[in-house]
Design a protein around this ligand. Structure first.
Ligand code: G2I
Length: 449
């Protein structure tokens, strides 16, 4: 029973699962990732979308991670869409959520060539004006969150692949010193925040990471406030650079912190068990490389669920790049991270000879929510089904689809629709519902009958 009980600590956060026929070993992680990371003095973070921070997404973001990075909410184009007119709504929301969950915030990002407001990119500015705009932007944003941001990605993606400076609005008009100035202005606005330069394809030793290394060395020798480098780590399956740990170590030896800031590992779709196992090994080796170097502060994943990842829209045909699947079930990659942080649990074997039901809250608002139950069979099959559960906090089903649901008091029973009673071996069916809630909306355990 021990494995089932320890499994429930994670499962209760994520899903309610019930098994018919044979119970598989439910080797979910024994501790949340954030506790495993904290025990090693590391931070484990995720990029988030503010509007999604409710229901199961909010539960996982708040319980598994010790740091949040706003995926888009703090970018210049988001916070100042019209010159002088600010929208801090999503950024404030994420910072408040983080504080409520005792999490750090990684501010992202102040100086970049993407996602700038059109008034800025379409304007024609003298270098002096542009420099003034940048200083004002940094002072305003860093000042607003003074004391609330652990680390800022001050400058994002300044280099080309060959290690030369990228031609941008900033470099072309202000020269390379836009970087030193941005760091200096950020430090003035919040002397307590750690200030980073962040880039991609700088994970292994190479021309681009060496350019970053030389820049940091130069900045330090000039007394410019630079605390760390962010290695984004948008990786391709099976391609973790062999020199990752060595590269982290050389920055540490230079006297700066290192963070893995945007880890994901994309694969050609569809995913299969071999690819997911390779992905677990990749996540594990990246986290292990950070864990091995004292000055590596931690690892942030760029979205924790495949339903909230930039990959599929940017790389058509690729995806499944994060540690949780689209239904918020932890993937082998989740367990790879846990293992690298000293967790002792292993990847759960797929259920054998069983059909199981998994409940998740896919969205939630002030009085209502949408839920989904997926019934999956492996080594077994069903020709009809009923999913039953008890609502523990007064929730009421108001509408359902792909099943006929009845509620009597707290007891809910949903029977298959005429067209989806059959669940062959190796397949799954899902149904959805809307419900009302107040106070809390805990995830129930579903039994099949
Ligand atoms: O591109 C991946 C990341 C590379 N490093 C810097 C990160 O800031 C960057 O994040 C991504 C976001 O995850 C995406 O969500 O940056 C993209 C833009 O370069 C973001 O994509 C944008 C879409 O392009 C917009 O169409 C969309 O309106 O996200 C916006 C908000 O969903």
């Amino acid at each position: 029973m021990r494995s089932l009980r320890t499994g429930s600590s994670l499962a209760a956060l994520v899903t309610g699962a019930a098994l018919l026929f044979t119970a598989p070993a439910a080797h979910a992680a024994d501790s949340p990732l954030r506790d495993l990371a904290a025990a090693r003095g590391k931070v484990i973070g995720t990029a988030v979308t503010g509007a999604k921070l409710t229901g199961t997404y909010g539960d996982i973001a708040g319980s598994q991670f010790s740091s949040l990075t706003p995926g888009n909410a703090m970018k210049w184009g988001t916070v100042e869409p019209t010159q002088g007119s600010f929208n801090w709504t999503e950024a404030d929301q994420i910072v408040a959520f983080a504080q409520a969950h005792n999490q750090q915030v990684r501010g992202h990002t102040l100086v970049w060539h993407n996602q700038n407001p059109s008034w800025l990119t379409n304007g024609s500015w003298t270098p002096t004006q542009l420099s003034g705009l940048l200083q004002n932007h940094i002072s305003t944003e860093v000042g607003r969150y003074k004391g609330k941001i652990a680390a800022w990605d001050v400058v994002n993606e300044p280099f080309n692949e060959d290690g030369t400076y990228r031609s941008t609005l900033w470099y072309d008009n202000l020269g390379a010193d836009y970087i030193a100035n941005a760091l200096t202005w950020a430090h003035a606005a919040d002397p307590g925040a750690k200030l980073y330069i962040n880039d991609y394809n700088v994970e292994g030793v190479g021309a681009k990471s060496t350019a970053l290394y030389n820049l940091v060395k130069d900045l330090k020798s000039r007394g410019v406030p630079i605390d760390g480098v962010g290695l984004q780590a948008h990786l391709v399956l099976g391609q973790v650079p062999a020199t990752l740990q060595q590269n982290i170590q050389r920055f540490a030896d230079l006297g700066v912190d290192v963070a893995i800031t945007e880890l994901d590992v994309r694969m050609a779709l569809p995913a299969d068990s071999a690819k997911l196992a390779q992905q677990a090994a990749d996540f594990k080796s990246v986290v292990a490389a950070c864990a091995a170097v004292t000055r590596c502060a931690g690892v942030t994943v760029w979205g924790f669920t495949d339903s909230d990842s930039w990959v599929p829209s940017t790389f058509p045909g690729y995806g499944a790049a994060t540690p949780y699947d689209e239904n918020y079930a932890p993937k082998p990659a989740y367990f790879g991270i846990a293992q690298a942080l000293g967790g002792t649990t292993t990847t759960p074997p797929p259920p054998t000879g069983a059909c199981s039901a998994t409940y998740s809250v896919t969205s939630q608002w002030n009085t209502g929510f949408t839920g989904q139950v997926t019934i999956a069979c492996s080594g077994a099959s069903l020709s009809s089904w009923k999913a039953n559960w008890t609502f523990g906090a007064g929730q009421k089903i108001t509408q359902s689809w792909n099943a006929t649901c009845a509620q009597s008091g707290t007891a809910v029973s949903c029977a298959n629709a005429p067209y989806n009673g059959s669940v062959p071996d190796g397949s799954s069916v899902s149904f959805g519902f809307n419900g009302s809630w107040s106070g809390s909306n805990p995830v129930p355990t579903v039994t099949l009958g």
